[in-house]
Each structure stands twice: as structure tokens, then as C-alpha cells.
Design a binder for this molecule. Structure first.
Ligand SMILES: [Fe+2]
Length: 180
């Protein structure tokens, strides 16, 4: 289940209801997929091959379609990052810059962990959404954010796109943002 940390105050929000209510206020879609649907060898496994990525998509086909249809997502794939990923540090450096997209950024965490750091829609400031397997999030279009890994430095996530070619990161320079 996701946890929230507010960067301005250091306050942590925990518990399904509190986290879901906060994200709803912020216009961030949040839902949960059942990780018990994964076979044993895929649970917590972030070093998966292309065939296993296809397997993940077929296991969650129903969940993907019910997310895609009302929101117009046309394509989906699976990304896996771990210490088996060449240039992981370089990739993370690239990810860890505040940016926006011209479409929603949708991620369903299947294994490992990830954090989205998102700019709040009011005077909340930036907040961290710490995600674990089963957590599904959609960062709304044009909302400043970035993504990074947690201490385990590995993740498997399903990504949904309206147009993968249009999924470009536009840097967002924000004097308010101080990384901590
Ligand atoms: Fe992004």
C-alpha cells in the first residue's frame, strides 16, 4: 500500500483511506491491483525477461483494459529496472529531474518499489508517494513530478500511454523545489 510524505513538513500519511483521500484531493488516480494473481516466480522478481513481461500483461489484462478504456490509453508495456539494468545510475539521474508531460503518467507497480515526487495542486508543496507492488498511480497531465527508486533500487511496472511517442518529459524549472 502507498505511503505519502509531505516534503514541506515531513508529515507522513499512512493507511489506505488516508492515502486514497489525499491523492483524490490532489487529482491523482490511485488504485490497487491484486498481486496474488502473480505466479510465485514473478512475485518480487525484478529481473524478468521479455516473455515474463508479456506474462505480466496477460495476467493483468482485465485491470489494464478497465483503466485504459475510460481514460483513452491506447498502448501499454512493462518496464523492469534492477542492478541488472545497464546504466541504472545514469537512468536514475535522468529520471530525477522535475518535469511535466502532455499526457497522464500511469504506472502500476508489479514488483519492487518506486517513488513519485509530485507538486501538490495547492500550497501543499511537493509530496512523495512511495509505491509498492499492487499500487497503481496516474500523475495527471502537466503536473510537475519526477520518479525515483527506493532503497531496493528495483521495480517492475506496467506503463499505459495514450501515445508512447508523445510521452516526452518537458523539464519544469521550479524555484520552489528543493530536493531533500
Ligand atoms: Fe514523468
Amino acid at each position: 500500500m502507498a505511503n505519502i510524505k509531505l516534503r514541506n513538513t515531513g508529515e507522513r500519511l499512512e493507511g489506505q483511506e488516508r492515502v486514497a483521500a489525499f491523492l483524490q484531493e490532489q487529482g491523482v488516480l490511485y488504485e490497487h491491483w491484486d498481486t496474488s494473481k502473480l505466479p510465485e516466480e514473478l512475485r518480487g522478481n525484478c529481473k524478468i525477461n521479455d516473455e515474463q513481461k508479456e506474462q505480466v500483461l496477460s495476467i493483468y489484462e482485465e485491470e489494464i483494459k478497465s483503466l485504459a478504456e475510460p481514460n483513452g490509453y491506447q498502448k501499454w508495456d512493462v518496464i523492469a529496472l534492477s542492478d541488472a539494468t545497464p546504466n541504472l545510475d545514469e537512468l536514475l539521474k535522468k529520471f530525477e529531474q522535475v518535469h511535466v508531460h502532455t499526457e497522464d503518467e500511469v504506472r502500476a507497480i508489479v514488483a519492487g518499489h518506486g517513488i513519485f515526487i509530485i507538486k501538490g495542486s495547492d500550497d501543499t508543496g511537493y509530496f512523495d508517494v512511495e509505491l509498492e507492488a499492487g499500487d497503481v498511480i496516474s500523475v495527471p497531465v502537466e503536473t510537475p513530478h519526477f520518479f525515483t527508486l527506493m532503497d531496493d533500487r528495483e521495480v517492475v511496472a506496467v506503463r499505459l500511454f495514450i501515445d508512447p511517442d508523445g510521452w516526452v518529459a518537458h523539464p519544469f524549472k521550479d524555484p520552489e523545489f528543493a530536493q531533500n
